[in-house]
Ligand binder design. Sequence first.
Ligand code: C5P
Length: 229
Amino acid sequence: MKNSKFNEKIIVALDIDSRQKALELAQTLAGSGCWLKVGLELYALSGLDLIDEFKKLGFNIFLDLKLHDIPTTVEKTMRVLVTSGVDMINVHCSGGYEMMARAAEVCHKADKKIIGVTVLTSMGGAELPTIGVREDTEEQVLRLAKLAQRATLDGVVASAQEARVLRRECGPEFLLVTPGIRPAWSEKNDQVRVLTPSQALEAGSTYLVVGRPITMAENPREALENLGN
Ligand code: C5P
């Protein structure tokens, strides 16, 4: 795969505690074709303004706020978020059908993608019963992904380990956005079950979320260009 095509599948997670550092990193990566992911920390620091700065640099933006509230609150918040240059937003699937469907309607009218978070990978199988979930993790992930699909979401965020079964069960068009990606040359950091970029794509991932292997690299642009190696 040529690098620019490959880079279009990479979402760089900007888990960075400074607006200035985030902008500098974005400038380094500009023109590569990759996406940027803005999470809660950077959003709390910079709000929607920074998203528009990134947009001017030519990036597609995934705003990872994982909304989860009553349907009216989520819908009204979405109406505000879609006025920015964001391209993809997410909600927690456990907010239920109505919350997802109303959020999706707002996003789709504004020509934005919306995806759902199924089960947080930080929550191991042993923890699910403590919040009243009796199913095993994979069953619960599938149940929530199917509910998201029925509510017209475009896809889900899921562990790359779950990509194969989700691809099989949810069809070829469903977006699978997968973190937990490490090229063979990089540190695992605190990720435990990791897949390489080519393994994740082979398992059916649409987009790969990659943070520290790029953001902590001495030369982030070079790290991005070497990701497929
Ligand atoms: O630095 P690293 O590549 O581990 O970053 C992965 C990104 O994906 C972080 O922003 C992390 O919060 C996010 N993420 C994750 N696992 C999930 C969901 C999101 O690592 N299940």
